[in-house]
Design a protein around this ligand. Structure first.
Ligand code: BDR
Ligand code: CA
Length: 302
């Protein structure tokens, strides 16, 4: 099968960094047309620099575009406590190239218009860039094959008791994506809780090779493990989305209904997920298979 054309919208971010490296390592599944970047885990200046640095590190020839530095309506709040002030847990990378011409929302629209087959939109940060593109040209939703999002939770959140970070960062944008008419697949906190990096898994990953990208990935994961106490390991959120594109057999999925609350403030960003139609909920993950995939793929990079 031909690789599917994909745009990744991200906010690197330690787990976004691993997700990007995994995507670079799967050319048979992912034809990565563009990387678009938003402010999220850290401010846009850092997330853009990190996306450019990771792309250069892997030698990937993918344009990286700057996007929104804040949500549609709410106040921008970072997650520096989790990802470090630089977004990569203090792991310094050689600088990458310059951002490509064009703002994220314009590039997303242009790619959708030009695509020779339905495009997959991968969202692993606040949904702002995709929402700006689709709100300004809603008919383009018909050219989307699948929107795959790391967002939301059926139960407790990780930034407030009610909300997961990406959904909470821009719930109005998420509502636009959920209502655009394109098929949406959801990677929630319940799914990513099954993808926990532990010291043992990190050691196994590290033993997979000695390439630069694998080393960097392991350094970033070690930095994540060092933040706070994680007796059960650290959930590796965003790479789960990429694994879904590469190896869907690692997952079980079922249809669901989903909506996002924008108010009141204490419920802002809560995703209401229940039985029904309208979206696909990724439910179970073969975690050992996921980490085996990660090791096998990251060790293929430089
Ligand atoms: C999501 O929020 C960010 O901190 C991570 O990069 C991930 O995309 C998890 O809630
Ligand atoms: Ca992210």
């Amino acid at each position: 099968m031909a690789p599917r054309p994909v745009i990744i919208d991200c906010d690197p971010g330690t787990d976004d960094a691993i997700a990007l490296l995994l995507a670079f390592a799967a050319p048979e599944a992912i034809d990565l047309r563009a990387i678009t970047v938003a402010g999220g885990n850290v401010g846009l200046a850092h997330t853009l620099r990190n996306a450019l640095a990771l792309t250069a590190l892997a030698g990937a020839r993918v344009p990286v575009h700057a996007g929104a530095d804040r949500p549609l309506l709410g106040r921008y709040v970072s997650a520096e406590a989790v990802h470090g002030a630089d977004g990569l847990g203090g792991i310094a990378l050689p600088p990458g190239g310059a951002p490509a011409m064009g703002l994220a929302m314009d590039v997303i629209r242009a790619e959708l218009r030009a695509a020779d087959m339905p495009l997959t939109l991968v969202g692993i940060g606040p949904a702002t860039n995709f929402a700006l593109a689709l709100a300004s040209e809603p008919a383009l939703a018909a050219r989307i094959g699948e929107i795959v999002l790391m967002t939301g939770a059926a139960g407790a959140g990780n930034v407030t008791p009610a909300a997961e970070f990406n959904a909470w960062s821009d719930p109005e944008a998420l509502a636009i994506l959920l209502g655009c008419g394109a098929p949406v697949s959801l990677v929630t906190l319940e799914l990513t809780a099954q993808a926990r990096v532990t010291p043992a898994r990190l050691a196994a990953l590290s033993a997979c090779g000695d390439g630069l990208c694998l080393r960097v990935a392991c350094d970033i994961l070690a930095a994540s493990l060092a933040v706070g106490a994680h007796p059960a390991g650290v959930p590796l959120h965003d790479p789960c989305v990429i694994a879904w594109l590469i190896a869907p057999g690692l997952f079980s999925a079922e249809s669901c209904a989903v909506a996002v609350d924008c108010a009141p403030p204490e419920m802002r960003g809560r995703t209401r997920i229940g039985p029904g139609e309208g979206a696909k909920l990724l439910r179970r993950l073969d975690a050992d298979g996921f980490f085996a995939l990660l090791g096998a793929r990251l060790s293929m990079l430089v």
